[in-house]
Design a protein. Structure first.
Length: 395
């Protein structure tokens, strides 16, 4: 096994069980290792810190498999860790009212770079880095044994693969091809989704708790749902008794599926509207028209992939919040989110506060929001907390 030697003083994060080794921490790799090959990680004084997957193209040169130098990296290890990850979600998996669930969430489940989502009878995987990509066959074989399913599909197209030196990959890995549309049940809300063409693996499972929160606060409210995608928050609002929901998204295909989802849930068409438009421009038009809402939901896509992009992202988050706040009646609620890892919660709160101030309004935070429990945050790995949100009452 090749050995990866760290520079002096660069072992502190690994001693705290953070699983990433950045290029700047490395002194040298003794020998030549293929992408995804397991290497032994040594501190500058020769202490063995654990075993990792080598990734020569990425700034994250190695991702730790284990901090136990005697543990074997083999098919049995992946089977054990997959089984443990699935068992941690047993209550969710056994709930007939929750047929969509994340089974594996990367480093937080000690499987760096691996995502596995369950949609009914099908599993959708993302192999985001060289380590799990090298063990793909073993992982798929283990999933077949551990999770009763009809098919396992791959959606490994995230930009992180490019940074890992891996090409995008999509297609059937095992079993039946998923149908063009799958249906999941989320606490009585029915959502159709496409695992082949939808965002991420097909649906935003991470917003489960936050859709529930909106449902609990929506009774009798007029709601504006921006970046609506396929209607997730809009349907939750109507389930909670909203008087009307206006949904805005720039993707016509997404809104077509949203329309089908509203119909799937039996909502009268007089209670909702769908608008295909750029949200930034549309909000300005609404402001000019004098329309006002009781609740505004802002759930935009990731504005920053890296820390280098965070200033541009911060401006975008402030702009969209400023426009959303201007459309709220006094006492109205702003549900605002960021899924950009480069924007942490304190910064996101400051951006929102600045937007409220610039709008000439005052606000209070009623709730902090984050990703659902099937997307757990690893205690030594704060990067696994990527989704953050605020519910603000605006006066």
């Amino acid at each position: 096994m090749k050995t990866l030697h760290l520079n002096k003083g660069r072992d502190s994060s690994l001693l705290r069980r953070h699983p990433w080794v950045f290029s700047g921490a490395i002194d040298r790799l003794a020998g030549s290792a293929a992408p995804g090959e397991t290497v032994r990680v040594l501190a500058a004084d020769g202490r063995v810190l654990g075993l990792a997957a080598w990734s020569p193209s990425s700034q994250i040169r190695a991702r730790m498999w284990t901090f136990d130098a005697d543990e074997r990296i083999d098919a049995d290890l992946f089977t054990r860790r997959l089984a443990a990850s699935i068992e941690r979600r047993r209550a969710m998996l056994d709930d007939p009212q929750r047929t969509g669930c994340r089974l594996v969430y990367g480093e937080a489940d000690e499987l760096p770079g691996l995502v596995v989502d369950r949609y009914g009878d099908f599993l959708v995987c993302q192999f985001q880095c060289t380590g799990v990509d090298a063990w793909k066959a073993e992982i798929v074989a283990a999933l077949q044994r551990l999770v009763p399913c009809r098919g396992i599909y791959e959606r490994s197209e995230a930009s992180v693969r490019q940074r890992e030196g891996l090409p995008p990959a999509q297609g059937l890995l095992w079993g039946e091809e998923p149908p063009a549309l799958l249906e999941i049940n989320e606490n009585g809300r029915l959502y159709g989704l496409s695992v082949a063409h939808g965002h991420k693996t097909g649906f935003y499972l991470d917003q489960f708790d936050n859709r529930e929160l909106l449902r609990s606060m929506a009774s009798g409210q007029r709601v504006l749902n921006c970046f609506a995608y396929t209607g997730g928050f809009g349907i939750a609002a109507l389930q909670g008794g909203a008087s009307h929901v206006r949904n805005v998204d720039s993707s016509a295909p997404s809104l077509e599926l949203a329309q089908a989802n509203f119909q799937r849930n039996g909502f009268d068409s007089s209670r909702y509207a769908l608008h295909c438009a750029n949200a930034f421009e549309y909000l300005r038009e609404l402001k000019q028209s004098g329309e006002r809402f009781d609740i505004v939901v802002l759930d935009p896509p990731k504005f920053a992939e890296t820390k280098a992009q965070f200033q541009r992202a911060a401006r975008a988050y402030k702009d969209i919040a400023l426009q959303g706040v201007a459309l709220l009646r006094p006492g109205g609620l702003l549900f605002t989110f960021s899924c950009s890892g480069a924007i942490d919660l304190p910064l996101f709160q400051k951006i929102t506060a600045d937007a409220v101030l610039d709008a000439g309004r005052r606000g209070q935070i009623l709730h902090y929001m984050h990703q659902a429990a099937d997307h757990p945050v690893g205690l030594p790995f704060p990067e696994s907390l990527y989704l953050k949100g605020l519910v603000c009452r605006i006066e």
